[in-house]
Design a protein around this ligand. Structure first.
Ligand SMILES: Nc1ncnc2c1ncn2[C@@H]1O[C@H](COP(=O)(O)OP(=O)(O)OP(=O)(O)O)[C@@H](O)[C@H]1O
Length: 296
């Protein structure tokens, strides 16, 4: 991988990681990578545009940002013909996929990972016309995430999610959404609190949200949390911390390749933490459709 584009969101997270970029460029150039360019994103969807426009000029794109920036670069790569490889330098608040892959944060270790060129082929989810690397979701959980202001996220990091989560929990409890989902010729209608479609096990900072998920098995893990008693929901949330929730009677856990979810209510869809339109949506998976650089 000789030609590298670094796409950096200067506003992501606490804006600390971004200060390491000159050192990263220096290290890559000292180690023989002559073509290393850095671009700073200026607005929403800029990262996607850069990834599409430059896909035939680079063989590696390093996304520096949170899950939203990574999602945009993934969409750009997936929509291009040449499909350069991706590396993630986590700089956001949660960084589920980066954490799952154990991407090193110290800049020297991260540079070594890039120079090591160890590639894994990973699955990419598709919801309607858009791709997601880690998660698609709707209902209570994404609502909470979107209510956290970016100012609060920057100052308080992950805790902002949980504080806002506790505040929203009681209000949202009584607002179930009606969905109809179809998979493998099977159809079901349900009143639910939220659903999550996960590629990796780690979602929203919870390491074991989808404990059976594998990022290269060509499957997505669908978790549907029904509109149940508060006691049941509290139990599920407690068990999520250790991954013991998958068998709870108020939760459906399925591994699927191809399915659709409809709702008569106006329900926002969240893709990797960003708003991704509304239901209905059809979901598929591109098995091992993306090359990603991981530690050895
Ligand atoms: N220069 C910019 N100014 C404002 N917004 C930007 C800029 N560049 C990118 N964005 C947008 O900022 C949003 C959030 O980006 P990102 O997810 O990378 O950071 P974050 O929200 O801090 O991290 P996390 O998703 O982990 O909480 C994305 O929708 C992205 O398109």
């Amino acid at each position: 991988m000789e030609k590298i584009q670094i796409i950096c969101n200067p506003n992501a997270g606490r804006q600390i990681v971004q200060k390491n970029i000159p050192k990263l460029v220096d290290c890559l150039k000292k180690n023989g990578k002559k073509d290393v360019d850095v671009v700073y994103t200026m607005e929403h969807l800029h990262a996607k545009k850069l990834a599409i426009e430059n896909s035939d000029r680079y063989d590696l794109m390093i996304a520096v940002g949170g899950d939203g920036t990574v999602n945009e670069v993934v969409n750009g790569i997936m929509e291009s013909d040449t499909k350069p490889a991706l590396a993630i330098y986590p700089a956001g608040t949660v960084n589920d996929f980066g954490n799952y892959l154990k991407i090193p944060r110290p800049i020297d270790d991260f540079s070594q990972m890039i120079l090591g060129e160890n590639i894994m082929k990973v699955d990419v989810g598709r919801g309607g016309e858009r791709y997601f690397l880690n998660v698609a979701a709707a209902g209570l959980l994404p609502e909470v995430a979107h209510k956290v202001s970016s100012e609060a996220k920057t100052v308080m990091g992950k805790f902002a999610y949980y504080i806002e989560g506790i505040r929203e929990f009681s209000k949202q409890m009584f607002k179930p959404i009606k969905i109809r989902f179809q998979t493998n010729g099977y159809e079901e209608e349900k009143e639910i609190l939220f659903f999550i479609i996960a590629n990796s096990p780690s979602v929203g900072g919870f390491k074991y949200m989808a404990p059976q998920a594998k990022i290269d098995d060509g499957q997505l893990d669908l978790l549907i949390v029904e509109h149940a008693h508060l006691k049941d929901i509290a139990t599920i949330f407690l068990k999520v911390l250790t991954g013991g929730h998958a068998n709870h009677p108020a939760l459906r856990y399925l591994q699927v390749q191809d399915f659709s979810i409809h709702s008569d209510d106006a329900v926002d869809l969240d893709l990797d933490g960003e708003l991704g339109g509304q239901l209905p949506s059809s979901f598929t998976v591109v098995k091992q459709g993306l090359d990603i650089v991981i530690p050895k």
